[in-house]
Write a protein of this length. Structure first.
Length: 118
């Protein structure tokens, strides 16, 4: 199983980035997909998730007005659109896969660095 995240980079405050995660080695349509982020010394933080059918999305309250998640089942891709970025959004962003009806995420990507300059 591989989750390959990409799209991170350096952006100025107020800018936008679109992260992508391509999945291989599992039955993509049977997995919820999520994005999390982590900064040094802190626990991994939930950002957003989309259900296995793609019909329901969830976002952290502090980010829901700026971030949105989507998935392309045919291409086995999940995206995180991030707008109005703030310096505090600086983190490594990880995509994760959770088998539907399961409690936890089973698979993780390697992470992509997002740095927002003020």
């Amino acid at each position: 199983v591989q989750l390959q995240a990409s799209g991170g980079g350096l952006v100025q405050a107020g800018g936008s980035l679109r992260l992508s995660c391509v999945v291989s080695g599992l039955s993509f349509s049977n997995y919820d997909m999520g994005w999390f982020r982590q900064t040094p010394g802190k626990e991994r933080e939930f950002v957003a998730a989309v259900t296995w059918r793609g019909d329901t999305t969830y976002s952290a309250d502090s980010m829901k007005s700026r971030f949105s998640i989507s998935r392309d089942i045919a291409k086995k891709l999940v995206h995180l659109q991030m707008n109005s970025l703030k310096p505090e959004d600086t983190a490594v962003y990880y995509c994760g896969a959770r088998r539907r009806f399961s409690a936890g995420y089973s698979y993780w990507g390697q992470g992509t660095q997002v740095t927002v300059s003020s």
